[in-house]
Design a protein around this ligand. Structure first.
Ligand code: F0G
Length: 451
């Protein structure tokens, strides 16, 4: 069959609320044109993030009831630990409350002043945690990653030659190399196995550990199966295992491919590092067999990490994101091509060429999408990555992140229609100016004024 359907049926429904244009106008002004400050009740289709916004399965909910809430040594922890060990092959598995807690612990142990942490593309929390430790976070994407029109099948790849030069020039100053799969900040683009193998070889040559930011490991593996020569006939679970076999450890936000609403994982092989990470975990997160979560969260994760490897799920997941991306492209809305795994990224510079980067074209599109269709999207451009001391980012993007197993095809059709209409009136969109911002991670709380 040509039609790829949602491989599930709906057992429980949550009404969403229609809003009027007048209401949205008032709401967006009151929120200082920052959609993070809007109450979710005023949003019709929420594409702010794919993180923690997915729907759990009936088996996950059954796990919630089955869970063991013992403080130490709960059955649920061992089920969770075994599942992660089976999938990833890492000996040591620490639960954390979410991805950034894993990052905080990792950088507390390996970061520090004067050090440099390279990555294909740091996500904002990864960058913030590396910098918080005193280290410099440096992005080394391949050149194609900065060109929204490039059709490179693995635009998430790290620039291995640049990595090699960095390790050569800064011997002793690079404590770990990180690779983010898929690269969230650069379009949700995958990293190839071949690129990971070459990265591993360079890391080995310089004796530097390789860690993955593996939030979307299953989506990345599906792209490898679809696009990498020789991988098409292999089970996704085997590809996933190959990916993790190349790394010394990983941080994972389970709110993505873990298919849960809260949770994270910190994985590693090294016993000494694990001991130190455990101490840090206990200090701020919780004991090592729960890591700041409830037993029910561990159960939900154990089941979610298994379900995400189902190939009918991954086929539907990646295909439905692509469906939105193709619809927009066909109507002349430039996106980062090819469409990403968890999100479609609109090229805001192309969407509103009359707004310069310092007037935040991405934020203008975000505000427009909310006003016009009640859709909440997320700016990934000069608001998120810019600032007085930072170079302007290569792209001004608007991310339409698709929550997992939540919206149906008609929701997606609505989103496409609204954005295509907005594009036709893009000359009416106005740039913005920041009137108030915090010291770090300003996109969450900055307040804007329309120009
Ligand atoms: N790494 C990547 C690649 C991410 O996308 C995220 C979160 C994190 C780390 C941090 O995980 O939120 O559980 O602490 N990304 C979300 C997003 C917030 O909207 O893309 P967390």
């Amino acid at each position: 069959m040509q039609t790829i359907i949602e491989p599930f049926r709906i057992k429980s429904v949550e009404p969403i609320r229609m809003t009027t244009r007048e209401e949205r106008e008032r709401v967006v002004r009151e929120a200082g044109f920052n959609l993070f400050l809007v109450h979710a009740d005023h949003v019709l289709i929420d594409l702010l993030t794919d993180s923690g916004t997915g729907a759990m399965s009936s088996e996950q909910w059954a796990g919630v009831m089955r869970a063991d809430e013992s403080y130490a040594g709960a059955k649920s922890f061992y089920r969770f630990e075994r599942t992660l060990q089976d999938i990833t092959g890492f000996a040591h598995v620490l639960p954390t409350h979410q991805g950034r807690a894993s990052e905080r612990i990792l950088f507390e142990l390996v970061g520090g002043a004067g050090l440099i942490v390279p990555n294909n593309a740091h996500f904002d929390t990864t960058r913030a945690n590396a910098e918080h430790s005193g280290a410099e976070a440096r992005n080394l994407p391949i050149p194609e990653a900065g060109d929204p029109r490039s059709q490179h099948p693995f635009k998430g790849n790290i620039d291995v030659a640049a990595l090699e030069r960095l390790l050569e020039a800064e011997r002793g100053r690079v404590p770990i190399v990180m690779v983010t799969i898929t690269n969230n900040s650069g379009g949700g683009q995958p990293v190839s196995l071949e690129n990971l193998r070459r990265t591993r070889a360079v890391c080995d040559r310089f004796g530097v550990p390789l860690f993955l930011d593996a939030c979307r490991f299953a989506e990345n593996a599906w792209f490898i199966k679809q696009r990498e020569p020789g991988q098409g006939e292999r089970p996704v679970a085997d590809i996933v295992r190959d990916i993790f076999d190349l790394a010394d450890g990983a941080t994972i936000s389970a709110k993505k491919d873990g298919l849960v609403n809260i949770g994270g994982v910190l994985l590693m092989r090294d016993e000494g590092l694990f001991q130190r990470a455990s101490e840090s975990l206990i200090l701020t997160e919780g004991y090592v067999t729960y890591g700041g979560l409830a037993g029910r969260d561990l159960e939900a994760m154990a089941q979610g990490f298994k379900e995400v490897l189902r190939e009918d799920y991954l086929q539907y997941r990646i295909r439905s994101t692509e469906y939105l991306g193709r619809k927009l492209l066909d109507a002349g809305v430039q996106i980062v091509e090819p469409p990403g795994g968890h999100a479609v990224y609109i090229d805001a510079k192309a969407f509103c060429p009359h707004i310069p980067p310092e007037r935040f074209p991405g934020q203008a599109v975000v505000v427009g999408a909310y006003r016009h269709g009640g859709i909440r999207a997320c700016e990934i451009g000069s608001v998120m990555f810019g600032g007085a001391e930072r170079p302007a980012p290569a792209m001004e993007l608007v991310r339409l992140a698709i929550p997992r197993r939540v919206y149906t095809q008609s929701h997606i059709d609505y989103v496409a229609e609204a954005l295509i209409e907005l594009k036709a009136r893009a000359s009416e969109l106005r740039g913005l100016r920041i009137v108030r911002e915090p010291a770090a991670l300003r996109h969450f709380t900055a307040v804007f004024e329309e120009l």
